[in-house]
Design a protein around this ligand. Sequence first.
Ligand code: FAD
Length: 399
Amino acid sequence: MPSDSVDVAILGAGIAGCSLSYHLARRGVGPVLVFDPQTLAAGASGRAAGIVTEQLWNRWDVEVTRAAKAEYAELARRWDPSAYATNGFARWTRQAEAVAVLDRVVPQFRTWGVPIERLDADALSRRVPWGRFDDVRGAIWSPDDGVVAPSTMTEIYAKRAQADGVEYWMGDPFHALDRAGDGWSISGRGRTVRARRVVLAAGAWTKRLLTRLGLPAPLAPYRVQAALLRPPRPDPRLFPSVHDIDTDVYARPEANGRILAGDGTELNEIDPETFRPGGDESFVAHLAESFQTRFPGWADAELIRAWAGVVVSTPDRRALVGPVSAAPGLYLMTGFNGFGVMRAGGVAQRLADAMSVGEATAAATEPLAPVLPDRFAGGFAPFSPRPGFTLEGGSDPRF
Ligand SMILES: Cc1cc2nc3c(=O)[nH]c(=O)nc-3n(C[C@H](O)[C@H](O)[C@H](O)COP(=O)(O)OP(=O)(O)OC[C@H]3O[C@@H](n4cnc5c(N)ncnc54)[C@H](O)[C@@H]3O)c2cc1C
């Protein structure tokens, strides 16, 4: 029986909202309601590539992603083996400046327990036999990295959460989110639900929700693209994920020997309500050109389809997760800078832990310290989206 009063309402049924609902239910927090005006994984989560790597910027990020990876592997084992696979991840560069970055980050990765190897061009060719790497000056290889099927994993989270009593309220147009006494009210077309706490996990749409509440929104939505291709001689064996640091083109294996490929960030803010969901000709041309030069074995791959999705960046390229002090009972789980699939499960564990103790005390939110939204409470300068798939931290990465 749908309830008109819940403890936690989560806005957004992408991988962020669904993984959080699963973890709250497992910790006995409830009732929990997930609201989305569309369907499961209708936003970025249903359009993502799903590369999962520990080649990240700091220990916190590595630990969160490692926890997500372990959870995806376990959930896939139990519920749908197509949802996760360990296939390894290779990255390379032909630029001396980027090799210097590899020299710096590889020892750092090792101190964080990230399994990582340096590869020369010959070793890289053995891992990636469809590529040509004679001009490559440096490469790295993470054997334990993997690929997740983002829609399938989102569905697994939602189904398990529903089995544990979470209500999914889907497909009803969003009308309002308002303060109601010391809680919140969420209204759709024909229903209003009161919630003691609300989590905004609405991806690129979170900016609009925060702005409507009159709160600072350190978020900039931007468009990223991907394509599905069929190589001339599909090989159904699982191949590694790859990323060319110089062109920013990446690829991962898809079912039946197909390839899912994409490139980086479009560095301007857009509106998730009006973005163009199809792939651009210039994007497909860039992929084709980079396949010609870097992946001769895939040069004649047939394009099955190309598409775009909207993700969301933050001024410091770190996520926004945890309570918003200016609005008691309001929490965020967003701002993944284009890489929320690989982090969602681990971040949801920490946020659910913090929410399960009741009030948002400093001790409860300490495990989320690097991503707490209050770091922008004092304001932030206007900013543009920055690339998220880099080896470097900082606000202006080159590689
Ligand atoms: C082409 C592409 C490739 C990518 N590749 C990778 C990758 O390899 N690895 C990786 O980790 N990440 C990748 N990403 C990024 C990843 O998809 C996102 O970071 C992640 O899916 C964000 O999940 P989310 O649940 O926060 O947001 P979303 O999946 O966007 O979900 C937000 C949800 O909020 C809903 N919503 C909107 N308005 C409201 C409202 N008013 N109330 C309630 N709900 C609302 C939307 O309908 C939507 O379902 C990629 C993304 C794209 C587009």
